[in-house]
Design a protein around this ligand. Structure first.
Ligand SMILES: Cc1ncc(COP(=O)(O)O)c(C=O)c1O
Length: 463
């Protein structure tokens, strides 16, 4: 996190240490002087420049400087700025001695990827679990069908057909431990078939690219333009991994023509399409887009997860497989069911009793309100920052003026706000126009912490 200040011409690395912004800054500066990283005589940036760089109030910097002048670490002279003291300072003994401090835990969490876990429907889940356990035959506690419990596959088949337009026979559904597990299995199958490359989106999750790489597959990014992922460069790749309903993280829907082009490619070449439908339930503008799998169930694997709609800790996901793929996936799975039967039966009961629909509707309302509040606050307080993508999901990409992503992330660290920059989601080989942006997971905080997180976010955005 080194940073050079134009005002002073020095490079200085400062780590926020928690315990309040003023104290964190004072400690970090003192540590830099004490360890000699800031040499005697060094001129520090003005409080205005440092405040702007760190995204904190100017008074906070001025107070930190004043504390360190009082302690003897810095000197301040009217007209010539603040300097590191020339004399060696003996640190005062006792509790005020500088202690190495660990980076502070962020106070606000807007990291994308998690739903509001405090709103997990515990009572309804418990009710479903009780009913599932009370009615399950004792054989349900035995080693199970490696595809997963038939009750869950049947409930998923009905739900996915109704809510997502998936053509899903229970015989073609495989229950897995979340999307990542499903992707690992598909990677192993592709590799065993002799596949070498998988086309992916220019923006996505490195965890998924790494899973494919671990299976011995090279990931090749497709171009990305203002209409989203462009499948024209799909040629001799063996498979393509897409988030068609809500591109992660950019937030667009795969254009109708491009959806057809992907399916066309799969039919022409025999390539496999993997559709990651991670948050397909959460669309707020009444224009839901059906699953890509509905266009061609023979070439598209539809992959879903309970990680966004319920909780990632459940580790429950599913693959709806094209004909002929089940045996190979089961072989990759080792021929065993990998998810606990009681959790599977509980989710089956949760789905078929209508509790899942009720929960998703309530969650949709909660997240939509948060998204609306975020967009309204942006318009009021940061008009140069724009929310992009469709009104959907649990996260939003905020486009920032060029050159402001890194300063905003530094400011966020100082404000105790955990949030991600867009750059970390860019495939290393992607050729895309440079975009400065934050990826904000507005679904993550519990209700009581949401407004504080929004406030902290607004404080770090360029005005
Ligand atoms: C793009 C995307 N796909 C899938 C998932 C879900 O992964 P899993 O089901 O392994 O928790 C996530 C979770 O963050 C995600 O962001």
């Amino acid at each position: 996190m080194a940073r050079s200040w134009a005002t002073s011409g020095i490079d200085l690395h400062l780590e926020p240490t928690g315990g309040g912004v003023r104290r964190g800054l004072t400690d970090a500066l003192r540590e830099a002087v004490r360890t000699g990283r800031l040499a005697p005589g060094t001129r520090l940036p003005s409080s205005r420049a440092l405040a702007a760089d760190l995204g904190i109030a100017r008074n906070t910097v001025a107070d930190a400087y004043a504390d360190l002048v009082a302690e003897g670490w810095l000197t301040a002279r009217q007209g010539s700025g603040t300097h590191v003291s020339d004399r060696t300072v003996v640190p005062p003994a006792g509790p005020t001695s500088p202690r190495p401090r660990t980076p502070g835990r962020p106070t606000h969490n807007l990291v994308p990827g998690t739903p509001d876990l405090a709103s997990f429907p515990r009572a309804q889940w418990l009710k479903a679990a009780r009913r599932a356990l009370a009615t399950a035959p004792y054989q349900a506690l035995d080693y199970g069908d490696p595809r997963g419990r038939v009750e869950l596959r049947t409930a998923l088949s009905a739900y996915l057909a109704r809510a997502r337009g998936v053509r899903a026979d229970p015989e073609r559904i495989l229950v897995c431990a979340g999307f990542s597990h499903g992707l690992r299995l598909l990677g192993a199958v592709l590799r065993a078939r002799g596949a070498r490359t998988v086309a992916v989106e220019s923006y996505g999750l490195d965890a998924h690219w790494n899973l494919l790489a671990a299976a011995g597959l090279r990931t090749v990014p497709l171009p990305f333009d203002e209409r989203g992922t462009d499948p024209r460069e799909l040629t001799d790749q063996d498979a393509v991994l897409l988030t068609p309903a809500h591109q992660f993280p950019m937030g667009g829907t795969l254009h109708r023509d491009r959806r057809s082009a992907v399916v066309e490619w799969a039919r022409r070449t025999g390539g496999l399409v993997v559709e990651d439908d991670y948050d397909g339930e959460f669309r707020y503008d009444r224009q839901p887009v059906g699953a890509l799998q509905g266009l061609d169930p023979d070439h598209v694997v539809h992959a879903g997860t309970a990680s966004k709609s319920l909780a990632p800790g459940l580790r429950l996901g599913w693959l709806v497989l094209p004909p002929g793929l089940m045996e190979e996936v089961l072989a990759a799975k080792g021929g065993i069911d990998t998810c606990g039967s009681l959790d599977q039966l509980t989710l089956a009961e949760f789905l078929s009793s209508g509790a899942y629909d009720r929960h998703v509707r309530a969650a949709r309302l909660r997240y939509r309100r948060r998204r609306d509040a975020l967009v309204a606050e942006l318009a009021r307080r940061a008009p140069r920052v724009h929310a992009t993508g469709i009104a959907a999901g649990l996260h939003v990409v905020l486009r920032l003026p060029p050159g402001t992503e890194q300063p905003a992330l530094r400011a966020a660290a100082w404000q105790g706000l955990a949030v991600h920059g867009l750059h970390r989601y860019q495939h290393p080989e992607a050729v895309v126009e440079p975009r400065d942006a934050l990826v904000v997971g507005y679904g993550t905080p519990p209700d009581h912490a949401w407004s504080g997180a929004l406030e902290a976010l607004c404080a770090v955005l360029p005005e």
